[in-house]
Design a protein around this ligand. Sequence first.
Ligand SMILES: Cc1cc2nc3c(=O)[nH]c(=O)nc-3n(C[C@H](O)[C@H](O)[C@H](O)COP(=O)(O)OP(=O)(O)OC[C@H]3O[C@@H](n4cnc5c(N)ncnc54)[C@H](O)[C@@H]3O)c2cc1C
Length: 196
Amino acid sequence: MRNRATLAGNIVNASPIGDLSIILLALRADLCLIKGNRRREMPISDFFKDYKKIDLEKGEIIETIEIPIPFPDSGFRYHFEKVSRRRYLDIASCNSAISIETDDRIIYDIHISAGGVAPIPLYLKETCAFLRSKEINRQNLEEALEITENEISPISDVRGSASYKTKLLINLIYAHFNHFFPALFPVESRKEKVTK
Ligand SMILES: Cc1cc2nc3c(=O)[nH]c(=O)nc-3n(C[C@H](O)[C@H](O)[C@H](O)COP(=O)(O)OP(=O)(O)OC[C@H]3O[C@@H](n4cnc5c(N)ncnc54)[C@H](O)[C@@H]3O)c2cc1C
């Protein structure tokens, strides 16, 4: 029996721009894989190895996908951004998701993912490590975005050039922060930065 448009199908399809893979990376999902009586678990970030190469044996299936539930008072927020050539029903040129735990001043925990900028749906490990425990301000975000630029390896293809995708991702991450903290990260200031 085949279900269509499933979470597991989107993950195993292993497209570097799979929307659900990107969302689940930022939500720190764990995959439970089974084959016969054998069961193993891994963070979804360990599942993607290289372009369309995944840690799944022949005959093994994703049985469950577990997403940790945030504590009610953790200041947890989540956001997803996507840009595609068509507005609806199109595969992304670039997409990104973020989950953050904050008291609106300090970032206690953060997870950012990025699609379309690497051979795999990418967890931005170094960017997140830099931002953890940092104060939420423009300088820290600009420094983090420089780390992001070095963490990705986009290629030019039908969905845009490598430099376009780099700029796009940087702006999508800024858009996450604009969504959470519009007064601190206004759209206008990013426009100035991009046109410079
Ligand atoms: C026109 C078009 C537009 C698209 N637009 C988008 C888009 O905007 N965003 C996006 O993210 N994707 C997009 N896609 C990609 C498409 O959505 C994915 O291929 C789809 O998500 C796969 O899900 P499915 O459940 O239909 O998987 P299937 O096609 O049924 O399966 C995909 C693979 O996963 C395997 N599989 C399925 N379930 C399991 C399991 N439980 N355990 C192990 N292996 C499993 C199957 O054997 C198969 O190899 C688009 C595709 C097309 C053709």
